[in-house]
Design a protein around this ligand. Structure first.
Ligand code: ACO
Length: 429
């Protein structure tokens, strides 16, 4: 009869402890009983970057990094990308089940009806310099929405939460497009309620004001798939940020602005922008071997490669590569694609990348599609944020409803000096 416990012997004292194991996990707090002296703080775990620490129990997204599996609420990402739609995936992620037709129709109507933003958000965007990074504008606008929905602080009220989901999913494409149009010095295009979620986003980005925009169906579908692929990815850096900020009972708009700030970093959602910059620097296929040699020598990274959890092909990268063919059939091939394909081929045969299990991640090909569709590089992370908004919100609501959760507050190992006496300025060496 197996015993679901772990026996630990502290060789400092010779004492033995038995701690319960549940879900292949021990509770870190159970280690605190392990002490050398009665007034000891107790044993802690040291885990920078949370490589082996579960911060929550979740039922939303499952990843098996070794097998390259990604499932939203149990459904494989490839089936959702091929057969579902982004707005349906939003309901699935939040509620845990595929919606019935009437529920999806109502949600679609709510999102469509709330796509417009308040004049103050337009004014806020206008206040930025024209060379402001669109992620800076996106983060500021998301935080500003909190001031327009002050009741959103009542996080235990279901109706208030429903409205936050509706407003955020509806408005993130609009604030993203506002930032883009502002940077370009173009007038803002109002949302078109006759278009789909993805189609309307393309409209707000690329339409000529006053001229009815008809999205190309292949590009509209590719955009919808890209939003679906980015919709959630369990406890990554930005989602953990959403949960950490949300654990202080901060409203969801402000928490989402913080999550977007985490996404902005080049090691996270900023990687797709970095991939395009890298491909432009490489310039031609002939320069790839020299570039790889430099990466292996530690002079920079092969951006879009490697992942904290996927140690096999990122399943999203394969779907994006296929979507790319449909986009390029409309837009013509992006010349960066040839360099990317050759770079992938060389890297996947190279001992350095093979040994470290470094494969293309979601960002390796997404930027190439975005560029072909006409998005400037600086918008790539914003596109990621639009898709990820539903994931951040679903994870946030799971936290709000989880009785186990407390305000996030890690411990530290203090290594600095203590008990110094203040030295007046004229006596300092
Ligand atoms: N290029 C070259 N070497 C790499 C790369 C890369 N892209 N990624 C990891 N390595 C090397 C590391 O230098 C390290 O080598 P070492 O063992 O000789 O020291 C080894 O592989 C392990 O890498 P870690 O940095 O420990 O892996 P970690 O899990 O901490 O990092 C990360 C994952 C941040 C994604 C990393 O692979 C990376 O920086 N990739 C490039 C940026 C990128 O594409 N980010 C997007 C991630 S997907 C997303 O956020 C949506």
């Amino acid at each position: 009869m197996p015993n679901d416990t772990l026996t630990i012997t502290d060789n400092r004292t010779g004492k033995t402890y038995e701690v319960p194991i549940a879900d292949d996990t021990i509770r870190a707090i159970d280690l605190r009983q392990i002490k050398v002296a009665a007034d000891d703080f107790g044993l802690m775990t040291y885990d920078p970057g949370f490589l082996n620490t579960a911060s929550c129990k979740s039922r939303i997204t499952f990843i098996d990094g070794d097998k390259g599996i990604l499932e939203y609420r149990g459904y494989p990402i490839a089936q959702l990308a091929e057969q579902s739609s982004f707005l349906e995936v939003c309901l699935l992620l939040r509620k845990g089940e595929l919606p019935k037709a009437a529920e999806l129709a109502q949600w679609t109507a709510e999102v469509t009806a709330n796509a417009g933003v308040q004049a103050s958000i337009e004014k806020l965007t206008d206040g930025f310099q024209s060379d402001a990074h669109p992620m800076g504008m996106f983060i500021a606008s998301a935080a500003a929405l909190a001031t327009l929905y002050p009741e959103s602080k009542k996080i235990s009220d279901l109706e208030v939460r429903n409205n936050a989901f509706r407003q955020l999913v509806a408005k993130v494409p609009t604030i993203a497009a506002l930032g883009y149009r502002h940077a370009k010095g173009l007038p803002f295009v109002q949302p078109d309620p006759e278009l789909s979620y993805a189609g309307n986003f393309l409209n707000m980005m690329f339409a000529t004001p006053g001229v009815k925009y008809k999205p190309n169906p292949a590009l509209e579908r590719a955009m919808d798939i890209l939003f679906t692929l980015h919709a959630d990815h369990e406890q990554n850096c930005s989602t953990s940020t959403m949960r950490v900020v949300g654990s202080a009972q901060t409203d969801p708009y402000t928490s989402l602005a913080a999550a977007a700030a985490a996404l902005y970093g080049p090691l996270h959602g900023g990687a797709n922008e970095a991939v395009l910059t890298m491909l432009a620097k490489i310039g031609t296929k002939d320069n790839i071997p020299e570039f790889i040699t430099r990466v292996k020598a530690g002079e920079g990274k092969l951006m879009g490669f490697g992942h904290r959890v996927y140690k096999n092909y990122d399943p999203r990268a394969g779907i994006i590569k296929r979507a790319a063919d449909e986009v390029f059939a409309v837009t013509g091939k992006n010349p960066a694609l040839d360099i990317a394909i050759e770079l992938e081929r060389i890297a996947l045969e190279d001992e350095y990348f093979v040994k470290r299990k470094l494969y293309p991640n979601v960002d390796f090909y997404s930027g190439i599609i975005y560029e072909a569709m006409g998005f400037p590089t600086a918008m790539f992370t914003v596109l990621f944020a639009i898709g990820r908004t539903i994931g951040w919100m679903s994870q946030w609501e799971e936290l709000v409803l989880d009785a186990d959760q407390k305000i996030a507050r890690p411990r530290q190992i203090f290594l600095g000096p203590r008990r110094l006496d203040y030295v007046p300025m004229d006596q300092r060496a």
